[in-house]
Design a protein around this ligand. Structure first.
Ligand code: ASP
Ligand code: MG
Length: 469
C-alpha cells in the first residue's frame, strides 16, 4: 500500500489492444495501492507529427497543418470508437477531442500569422504537447467506464518549469505546492488522476515541454512530490538492455541498476529514460521499475540505490556519435577552445558536449559527443559550422575534423576495480583507442574509436558483459 506513479508510453496507448492491456494493468494495480497516479504520453508517433505540423504553420502552410489536424482527429476518434464506452461517455469524449483540436487549429493560425519567429515560438510547446492532452482524456474515460472514478489532468496546472522552449526544467518547490493543492484532494477522494506527461507551465503562464521523452520526467517529478513508494515506467520493451538490441542482437535485460548507472546510460546514448529523471528520484531514493506492458509479469529492470551485491560487474555498453578535432599545437589554444565551445553550445536542444580533450607537446585534440536528443541535424551542424569557423581562423589552418564513436561501458565502481578496466582494454586489442576517460562518478568508462570500428568494439565489450554476468 502507499502511492504508485505509473507512466504509460506511446506504445501502451496507441492501439485498442494496447489500451486494453494498459487498462488491465491499471485495474490490477488499483487494488494493490492506496493511491494510484497515471502519467500518459501521446499516442505512438503523434509528437513527431505535431512537430512537423508546427513547422508547417511557421512556413504558413495552412493546407498542411489543417490536413494534420484532420488526420489526428481521425486517429483519435477511431481509437475512441473501438473502445467499449457507453454512449454518453463516447459522445463527451468526442466533443472533448474536437475542442482540443479546435484549440490546436487556433494555435497554428496564430503561429502562421506571427510577425516574427520569436512570436511564433511562443506557441511552440502548446502545440507539440497536444498529443498528451488527447491521450489523457481517452484513458480516463476508459477507466471510468470500468467503474473506477478517474479524471484527466493537464500537467500545465501542476508542473511549473523554467521558460526554455522545447526542453524546460521543473522548479520543484513550486510544483510541490501545486501538487499538494491540486492533486492531493483528488487522490484523497480515491479518484485516479490521468496526468498528461511532457507538458508544464512557466512563470508567465506559457505552456512548456520537458524535452523529448519528457513524460518519464513528469512521472519522476510527481513521484517525488507525492513521496511515492515507486515509479513504474511501462513501455514496449522488457526493460533497460545491456546494449542497443538493434545493433547487438544478443542484448539482454539488465535486472538491476543504480541511479548513477542509469544517469550515465541515458547521457551516453541509451534512448530509454529521460536524462533528468534520476536526479529527481535519487534524492528520496524512490525505486523505478521499467516494465513491458505486454508482459507485466516479467520483473523488468529495477533502478534503486546502490546495492553492494550488484557492484563490480559491468552492466551495459553504449555508443554515441561524436567528432574528434586535432590541431597542431600553436600559441592560440584559448581561441581554439573558444571556437569549439561556441559551436558545441549552439546545438539545439540539450547541447552537444565536449567529452574529453588532451594535448601533447605538438598536438591538441578534443572529442565531443552529439547526444541523440540533439536530433539528426546536430552532427551535420557541428561539422559545417566548426569547419567554417576553423577555416576563418588564420592560426588554425591544419586542423582535422573526423566523426568518431564514443563507446561507454557502464558499471558501478568501475574506478575501484582496475581488473575490470584491464579486461576491457584487453578485449579491445587491435582496435585503436583514440582517447580513454573515466566518468567522474566512477561508473562509466568511455573509449573513443573510429566510426568503422564501433560495432566491433561494441560486440567485444558486450561479450565481456555476458561472460561476467
Ligand atoms: N510525447 C513526447 C515525446 O514523444 C513525450 C514522451 O513520450 O515522453 O517525446
Ligand atoms: Mg520514452
Amino acid at each position: 500500500m502507499g502511492t504508485l506513479v505509473m507512466k504509460f508510453g506511446g506504445s501502451c496507448v496507441g492501439t485498442t489492444s494496447a489500451l486494453t492491456q494498459t487498462l488491465n494493468i491499471v485495474l490490477h494495480e488499483s487494488h494493490q495501492w492506496e493511491r494510484l497516479v497515471l502519467v500518459v504520453s501521446a499516442l505512438d508517433g503523434v509528437t513527431d507529427v505535431l512537430i512537423e505540423a508546427t513547422d508547417m504553420a511557421r512556413l504558413g502552410d495552412q493546407r498542411g497543418y489543417r490536413r494534420t489536424v484532420a488526420n489526428l482527429r481521425t486517429r483519435h476518434v477511431a481509437l475512441a470508437g473501438t473502445l467499449p464506452l457507453e454512449i454518453n461517455e463516447k459522445a463527451a469524449l468526442e466533443a472533448e477531442i474536437d475542442r482540443l483540436l479546435l484549440e490546436m487549429l487556433n494555435l497554428y493560425q496564430d503561429i502562421a500569422n506571427a510577425h516574427t519567429q520569436q512570436e511564433a515560438m511562443v506557441h511552440y510547446d502548446a502545440t507539440i504537447g497536444m498529443g498528451e492532452r488527447l491521450t489523457a482524456r481517452i484513458v480516463a474515460a476508459l477507466i471510468r467506464q470500468n467503474g473506477i472514478p478517474s479524471v484527466a489532468i493537464d500537467g500545465t496546472g501542476l508542473i511549473i518549469t523554467d521558460d526554455t522552449i522545447g526542453s524546460a526544467t521543473a522548479t520543484l518547490t513550486e510544483t510541490q505546492h501545486r501538487v499538494t493543492s491540486h492533486l492531493n484532494p483528488i487522490l484523497d477522494r480515491q479518484i485516479i488522476p490521468v496526468v498528461t506527461g511532457f507538458i508544464g507551465t512557466d512563470s508567465s503562464g506559457r505552456t512548456t515541454t520537458l524535452g523529448r521523452g519528457g513524460s518519464d520526467y513528469t512521472a519522476a517529478i510527481l513521484g517525488s512530490c507525492l513521496q511515492a513508494q515507486e515509479v513504474w515506467i511501462w513501455t514496449g520493451v522488457d526493460g533497460l538492455m545491456t546494449a542497443d538490441p538493434q545493433v547487438i542482437s544478443s542484448a539482454q535485460v539488465i535486472p538491476r541498476l543504480s541511479y548513477e548507472e542509469v544517469s550515465e546510460l541515458a547521457y551516453f546514448g541509451a534512448r530509454i529514460l529521460h536524462t533528468h529523471m534520476m536526479e529527481v528520484l535519487r534524492e528520496q531514493q524512490i525505486p523505478v521499475r521499467v516494465k513491458n506492458f505486454r508482459n507485466p509479469r516479467r520483473a523488468g529492470t529495477l533502478i534503486h540505490q546502490y546495492n553492494p551485491h550488484t557492484s563490480h560487474v559491468i552492466k551495459a555498453v553504449t555508443s554515441i556519435p561524436g567528432f574528434g578535432l586535432t590541431v597542431p599545437l600553436s600559441s592560440v589554444i584559448p581561441t581554439l577552445e573558444e571556437i569549439v565551445e561556441q559551436v558545441v553550445k549552439a546545438v539545439p536542444p540539450g547541447h552537444a558536449d565536449v567529452a574529453t580533450s588532451s594535448r601533447s607537446s605538438t598536438y591538441y585534440a578534443v572529442y565531443f559527443l552529439t547526444p541523440t536528443a540533439a536530433g539528426p541535424n546536430a552532427s551535420h551542424y557541428i561539422q559545417t559550422t566548426l569547419g567554417s569557423s576553423l577555416k576563418a581562423n588564420r592560426n588554425t589552418q591544419h586542423w582535422e575534423l573526423k566523426p568518431v564513436s564514443i563507446i561507454t561501458v557502464i558499471g558501478d565502481y568501475l574506478n575501484e576495480v582496475s581488473a575490470v578496466t584491464a579486461g576491457i582494454l584487453q578485449v579491445m586489442s587491435g582496435i585503436p583507442i583514440l582517447a580513454l576517460m573515466q566518468g567522474p562518478t566512477g561508473c562509466s568508462l568511455s573509449l573513443i574509436v573510429h566510426v568503422e570500428q564501433s560495432t566491433d568494439a561494441l560486440n567485444r565489450i558486450h561479450q565481456l558483459i555476458l561472460n561476467s554476468g
